[in-house]
Write a protein that binds this ligand. Structure first.
Ligand SMILES: [Zn+2]
Ligand SMILES: [Zn+2]
Length: 1007
């Protein structure tokens, strides 16, 4: 006997019960250990930060990380999965700053770096319990007890080792470069971090500025009015830093004359800019403008700002009263926007900086690292974006503002704190990733991406356009950059381990216990080998993306321990999965570090997930109040429903428009359908005391049985292919199709085989078949919906076969018996389904109930071959659409004729004859009687197997129908007798009107 199954069940409750089972039987650990002799299958867990509560997008990534290793385990692979936590970096610091009410780096230093970092360390795991709870609840099987933690000393030591390897290869350098800088966080961002924070539709000023020409304008222009170069910018705050204008030497420029002045700009842009009241006075080549001199908008010396000359170093220049700057020729000048004359501020743009070095321009830096304007300008002390309009006011006063407008464009913001990024020239440590660009590209060739277009699209482009990795951060809570510098002679040394540091001559400053974080590491000094000066660590920490990218080795404290990890299959990973933004984040840092250190790929397969948006396609945010709380969804529908939604609702790379009603819909359409079939099976199997696996297994199978078994084996092949190809969506949808066929064709068409009272071979065949389908499904579905699969397996398999593995997750994945796949039979039944569905549609179009038998159906098919198939499945079609005959007709026969109702789809048409003869009508009434009696049996609370006596009363026509169809009615309703007359005591009665005839019915259970 199987455990009785309620047709209505609460999936969330059922799942809680299964969680208890897994815990008590230690199933996860055993499932891994049982495969210890198998091939390794390695998942790298991209470490989340546990200082915030897990969101719905984390659930998405986690269930995708789960499904493939579960499958591989069932296929015999040894797949330990280790959790990890990302603990460093700005996100953590920002939370602590907020909690402490600190708003700047100065505040932090006043508070004390040691205390600040202690708070960071505490906050890192403030949501650990929540993370662990949801990880367990969604059945993401990962070893949380042995999780790697990026702030541990061993982890940091490996990261140091990695940096040292790069240092020794000459891949680390310090550059004075313009970098994207977050003025709030006070640190540079790497290009992949910048890529995380672009915001479309940012409003900025769009202004045209006049630069007064002093020298170099063509002869012959009257000197009665001033002449200006017209330039364009969207960042007015950079204008005080202007030290040059650039033109395209080959382009044509126009001098335009207006009432009060002359303006110079590129001829191609005159029309775009729109200069009413001006007319072209002269045209000349850009090369003729090179060398011309103009007056700065703001002479830095008048505002207490230094002016430096660019070259190998920045030399401070003496104050000059009548300062002029000059026009340079450059190949980056665009003639698509602006004026063809580019405002250059070498302190604030990458291109500007390079041109400054090349041309020996002046370098004027008027903004500090917090983004505040320095000096004594009228707008000094303001944040740059607030200074923008004030700068324009000043220019307007000087009559140098030609026009101001607004522009909406894409602008980068800090991905953590949403502050607009500023491009700043400053010193930063770089990893020379461009030196291994070919390697990065070549290793990507070896990676299997899903979806495929990411490989040479988003990720490939990123590699093609590789820039060096600016990986130092002027912050506190991070892996310290292991570089020491001599106070006296400036000599640098990079250290790759604790022992190496301790063994340095003159090593001092060490205090127990060892903590490799700031400020303790900053205390560690040693003697300079060159001059005996003191070596002190530089102040920077490193990008936390480097930490997580080093996880393949750092979690194992390589090479100080686990030296074998390159030989024993722990590197590279077989599989990783995260959201698509990680192409520039973790996917990239893993890939880059592996290429830099080992010339190897870091992962072989990756599922790159789409983002989770709200139902309307908008980004979820607390401010908008549209954040989906994962617990709410899980508590309502269960984790399986959520998992199934993520696996099958759309292809993995697409955006998820998360709609709770979709989870409900999929749960109803798939999980409930499956549950109903399972519950149906158990109910009848228990009535008939069916036991699977007896000698009766050899019974002859019907065609219907052979068909579903054929479909089942095809399904195993398809699910295997889907999961092997890292496409759970395809695999899941195939299962969905199968369960639909199983429920709506196999079980529905087999109902009377289970229903009938005698236990013959045919009934046994039906039980065996349905049992095989459900038991196999439990294993096929185990990687996807581990709870429901376990429930079915426990009841269907464990309760019967004592020797079977005691969890579905310890079982082997089903193996297809391809000999049982009958393609032709599959096609035949598909045709029967198609014709039946069109036939039903035709009936409904004609308004005739399915229970009313009709004379015949005419069918138009695609090919003559299908005509043969139609003959083979005609019996099923007759039953399905309740007609007495079905015939196929040629393509030239007109079906749309009087007495017929036609429905077509593609090249298929089905026409049903709509005339109802008296004989057909009587049969229709008999069927209605059966249906009413069946409903009454249920209403009366009878068991499905109870035999009854049926009473009826009505006019003569009813009496005749009851007599003519007595055998049929008895059989269908388990009635021993049909008794005409008034029912006595204890009889359940109802009255109905069938085809216009009154009838009273009564049912009574027999003892
Ligand atoms: Zn920031
Ligand atoms: Zn020295």
């Amino acid at each position: 006997m199987f455990q009785p199954v309620n047709s209505r069940t609460s999936f969330p409750q059922l799942e809680e019960k299964i969680l208890g089972l897994w815990r008590s039987k230690n199933v996860f650990a055993r499932s891994v250990e049982a495969r210890r002799d198998g091939c390794r299958f390695v998942l790298y867990e991209g470490p989340p930060t546990a200082n915030g509560s897990p969101g719905i997008h984390h659930v998405l990534a986690r269930v995708f990380k789960d499904v493939i290793p579960r499958y591989k385990t069932m296929k015999g692979y040894y797949a330990p999965r280790i959790a990890g936590w990302d603990t460093h970096g700005l996100p953590v610091e920002l939370e602590v700053e907020k909690a402490l009410g600190l708003t700047s780096k100065r505040d932090i230093e006043d508070f004390g770096i040691d205390k600040f970092n202690a708070r960071c360390r505490e906050s890192v795991f403030s949501y650990l319990k929540q993370w662990e709870a949801i990880t367990e609840r969604i059945a993401f099987w990962v070893d949380l007890d042995r999780a790697y933690v990026t702030m541990n000393n061993d982890y940091i030591e490996t990261v140091w080792w990695a940096i040292k390897q790069m240092w020794d290869k000459g891949l680390i350098y310090q550059g004075y470069k313009v970098t994207p800088h977050c003025p709030r966080c006070g640190t540079s961002l790497s290009s992949h971090e910048v890529a995380l924070g672009y915001q479309d539709d940012t409003e900025d000023p769009s202004v045209y500025i006049k630069f007064r020409i002093i020298k170099g304008l063509p002869e012959g222009l009257s000197k009665d009015k001033p002449s200006y170069f017209l330039a364009w910018t969207t960042t007015p705050w950079t204008l005080p830093g202007n030290t040059a204008l650039a033109v395209a030497p080959d382009a044509e420029y126009s001098v335009l004359e207006g009432e009060e002045d002359y303006l110079v700009l590129a001829s191609a842009l005159v029309g775009v800019v729109g200069l009413e009241g001006y007319r072209v006075k002269e045209k000349l080549a850009g090369s003729q403008l090179v060398g011309a001199e103009y007056e700065p908008l703001f002479n830095p010396h008048e505002f207490g700002v230094e002016r430096r000359r660019m070259g190998l170093e920045l030399k401070v220049q003496e104050p000059v009263k009548d300062l002029t700057y000059r026009v340079i020729g450059a190949d980056f000048v665009s003639l698509d926007e602006g004026t063809g004359i580019v405002h250059m501020a070498p302190a604030y743009g990458e291109v500007d900086y390079e041109a400054g070095v090349e041309h020996g321009l002046d370098f004027v830096h008027t903004v500090d690292l917090q983004g505040i304007v320095t000096g004594s300008y009228p707008f000094s002390g303001k944040f740059v974006k607030e200074a923008d309009p004030l700068v324009l006011v000043e220019l307007e006063k000087k009559n140098l503002l030609f026009r101001r407008e607004k522009i909406r464009h894409t602008y980068p913001f800090c991905w953590r704190c949403d502050t607009p990024l500023l491009y700043y020239a400053k010193q930063t440590w770089y990893i020379r990733t461009t030196a291994v660009k070919d390697e990065l590209i070549a290793r990507n060739d070896e990676i299997n991406w899903y979806p495929e277009h990411i490989k040479y699209g988003r990720f490939g482009d990123w590699l093609q356009n590789n820039v060096d990795w600016a990986f130092s951060r002027e912050r506190y809570w991070g892996t310290p950059l292991p570089v020491w510098q001599c106070e006296s002679c400036g000599n640098y040394e990079c250290l790759g381990g604790v022992r190496e540091l301790e063994e340095k001559p003159g090593f001092s400053g060490f205090k127990e216990p060892l903590d490799l974080h700031r400020p303790f590491v900053d205390e560690l000094t040693f003697d300079c080998p060159k001059c005996k000066g003191k070596m002190r660590r530089v102040s920077e920490v490193i990008d936390c993306w480097f930490d997580s990218g080093a996880m393949p080795i750092a979690q194992h404290h390589y090479p100080y321990e686990n030296k074998s990890l390159f030989k024993d299959g722990r590197f590279p990973a077989d599989y990783i999965s995260e959201a698509v933004d990680q192409t520039r984040g973790w996917f990239y840092s893993l890939h880059a570090i592996a290429a830099l250190l080992f010339n190897r790929r870091c992962f072989s397969n990756v599922i790159c997930l789409g983002h989770v948006l709200d139902a309307r396609g908008e980004k979820m945010s607390k401010a908008k109040g549209n954040v989906v709380e994962p617990w709410a969804v899980i508590n309502k529908y269960g984790a399986d429903a959520l998992r199934w939604y993520f696996f099958t609702s759309t292809a993995a790379g697409n955006v998820y428009r998360f709609d709770e009603s979709m989870v409900a819909e999929l749960s109803r359409r798939f999980l409930s359908t499956l549950w109903n079939v399972y519950s149906f099976f158990v109910t009848y199997a228990n009535i008939d005391r069916f036991t699977p696996g007896g000698e009766e297994i050899s019974v002859e199978l019907s065609e219907l049985d052979r068909w579903i078994i054929s479909e089942l084996n095809q399904l195993i092949v398809d699910v295997d292919n889907g999961l092997d190809g890292y496409n759970p969506t395809e695999a899941g949808r195939r299962v969905e199709g199968f369960v639909d066929d199983l429920s709506n064709w196999y079980v529905r068409r087999s109902r009377r085989r289970f229903w009938k009272s005698e236990s013959d071979a045919d009934k046994l065949a039906a039980y065996n078949t349905l049992y095989e389908c459900l038991a196999t499904l439990s294993k096929l579905l185990a990687p996807f919906i581990p709870f429901l699969a376990e429930e079915m397996y426990q009841n269907l398999v464990c309760s019967v076969f004592t020797g079977a593995p005691d969890s579905v997750h310890l079982a082997d994945f089903p193996v297809a018996d391809e000999a049982k796949i009958d393609k032709q039979l599959g096609d035949d039944i598909r045709l029967a389904m198609k014709v039946s569905s069109l036939g039903r549609a035709a009936r409904s179009q004609a308004g005739i109930k399915v229970r009313q038998p009709l004379a015949k159906a005419l069918v138009k098919l695609q090919s003559g071959k299908e005509g043969e198939a139609l003959k083979r499945v005609a019996a099923q079609i007759l039953e399905e659409i309740n007609v007495k005959g079905v015939e196929s007709v040629g393509g030239d026969v007109e079906l749309d004729k009087p007495g017929y109702e036609v429905v077509s789809e593609g090249s298929y048409s089905v026409a049903i004859a709509t005339e109802i003869s008296p004989g057909l009508q009587a049969e229709g009434v008999a069927r209605e009687v059966v249906r009413r009696l069946q409903t009454m049996r249920r209403s009366a609370g009878f068991d499905i197997a109870d035999h009854i006596t049926t009473y009826y009363q009505g006019e003569a026509y009813i009496g005749k129908v009851m007599a003519d169809f007595a055998d049929y009615i008895k059989q269908e309703t388990l009635s021993r007798e049909l008794v005409e007359g008034v029912p006595g005591e204890g009889v359940f009665t109802e009255s109905h009107k069938l085809s216009g005839y009154e009838i009273s019915l009564g049912v009574k259970r027999l003892a």
